[in-house]
Write a protein that binds this ligand. Structure first.
Ligand SMILES: Cc1ncc(COP(=O)(O)O)c(C=O)c1O
Length: 350
């Protein structure tokens, strides 16, 4: 009824179907306990479209100095690829493994001070929960980051697409918007964009390309340009918008599908480690946050012997074997010492 012509096949408003944006508003208000406004919520074709559009708008070289974007390392490559594509300067900051991949403010300062010679830093990307590191930032660390962004006058790009992938007891996801509003003072007026997606979490419907961005405290002229940019892209994919509707509007307690929904949600969270643990020789701990499992497997002594004969480490040997068995290498014309041993190994091991 809220689609033009009553069909998902029609164009929608460029910012997304209004009733879905209102449901997103309700979801965000329940999540954060602070007001939200559907007019600042934009549905996008995957989080990717929103991220790319905002990065593109930030790109404004001055006096031959490129726009600088702070991006974590390790990172999700969308950011470096877009920065390169747009001719922006990537300001890499290293996450700190010792503090469970938190952000060290001295490292942020080092990165930005070095970069200021060649660029004008305009934004900091924070991926929380992290990809590929899987960490959930502590609230104290988030407050430090917000203070740093305030001092350096940076737009915060909060990539929060993994917010539903938090499984560890005692670990809680806080949105950057909630934290900066609760910090009060000048921080609550800082500009921020927060991204969410139906590609992750219990939905995991990445092919439907549903995403959204909530913008907060965006200056009016920047917002106007953003809307123009989105209008020129017509509208976000409608099936993705419908998926976002489902994500923000799950069955509630007391509703007929609630029990089944909760059961299936729990099953999805456990699916990967359960399947991995069912393989002979594999062990995998329960996934804590984000989407990544780190399985361990023990190769039989005979395989290790064969790897040694090939002059390979056992894990290298395994990786090649996996490639040989799963990739189509017919055209690759790769002939290595490994190939010579391959048939022998198979007949020997199996
Ligand atoms: C950190 C991060 N941000 C954004 C995306 C892109 O999400 P979407 O599929 O909604 O475009 C991904 C996808 O893997 C991701 O890992």
């Amino acid at each position: 009824m809220n689609c033009n012509g009553g069909s998902l096949g029609s164009y929608t408003e460029s910012l997304g179907i209004e009733v879905i944006r209102r449901y997103v508003q309700q979801f965000l208000e329940e999540r954060d306990g602070i007001p939200s406004d559907y007019r600042d919520i934009i549905l996008t074709t995957g989080a990717t479209q929103g991220i790319k559009s905002i990065l593109q708008l930030l790109n404004c070289p001055v006096d031959n100095k490129k726009t600088g974007i702070m991006v974590p390392i390790p990172q999700y490559p969308l950011y470096s690829a877009t920065a390169v594509e747009q001719g922006m300067h990537l300001i890499s900051y290293f996450l700190e493994e010792e503090t469970n991949w938190g952000l060290n403010i001295n490292e942020l300062k080092r990165a930005i001070d070095e970069a200021k010679e060649v660029c004008i830093p305009r934004a900091i990307v924070i991926i929380n929960p992290g990809n590929p590191t899987g960490q959930v930032l502590t609230r104290a660390n988030m407050e430090e980051i917000i203070k740093f962004a305030y001092e350096e006058n940076l737009l915060i790009l909060a990539d929060e697409v993994y917010q539903h992938n938090v499984y560890e007891d005692g670990i809680e996801f806080h949105s950057f918007k909630k934290v900066l509003v609760e910090m009060g003072g000048p921080y609550k007026n800082m500009a921020l964009a927060s991204f969410m997606s139906c590609s992750k979490g219990y939905t995991g419907e990445c092919g439907l390309r549903g995403g959204l961005v909530e913008i907060f405290n965006f200056p009016a002229d920047f917002k106007a340009m953003f809307y123009k940019n989105l209008s020129a892209q017509l509208c976000p994919n409608t099936v993705g918008q419908a998926a976002i509707f489902c994500l923000v509007n799950p069955p509630r307690e007391g509703e007929p599908s609630y029990e089944l929904f909760m059961e299936e949600k729990a099953q999805r969270a456990q699916l990967v480690h359960k399947v991995l643990n069912s393989f002979e020789g594999f062990s995998c701990t329960v996934i804590q946050d984000s989407m990544y499992a780190f399985p361990q497997f023990k190769l039989p002594p005979k395989v290790i012997e064969l790897a040694n004969e090939c002059g390979m480490s056992p894990d290298q040997f395994y990786a090649f074997d996996l490639l040989e068995n799963t990739a189509n290498l017919e055209d690759a014309n790769v002939i290595t010492a490994y190939d010579v041993y391959f048939d022998a190994i198979l007949s020997d091991v199996i």
